[in-house]
Design a protein. Structure first.
Length: 104
């Protein structure tokens, strides 16, 4: 296995999210939580604030993997499919998971 450089923080970066209705918004990453599933994948939970309206928040699950193709081999590559969820839906799902005993 090739030595992979550390993945820098995503806090402060801007994410441009597309929604099912075709609209797009710019969001700033204000915090992140990381978990290393294995040595070639990093999972992130990002807390986002809308650039145009900082009162709007969203959470995004995302990941980076170590590239396999020649151009990106041995480098961290953004996982293309990343679900986003509103604060209310996220809180409701966590609460339901607690009620079902999935988490404490």
């Amino acid at each position: 296995m090739t030595q992979v450089p550390p993945l820098g923080s995503t806090v402060g970066s801007t994410a441009r999210l597309s929604f099912p209705d075709g609209s797009r918004m710019a969001w700033r990453v204000v915090a992140e939580i990381r978990r290393h599933e294995d040595s070639e994948k990093i999972l992130l939970l990002q807390r986002l604030q809308a650039v145009a309206d900082p009162a709007k928040e969203m959470f995004r699950f995302c990941y980076y993997i170590v590239g396999k193709k020649p151009k990106m081999k041995g480098k961290w590559v953004w996982g293309q499919l990343t679900p986003s969820i509103t604060r209310g839906d996220f809180e409701a799902m966590v609460e339901e998971a607690r009620e079902k005993g999935w988490i404490s």
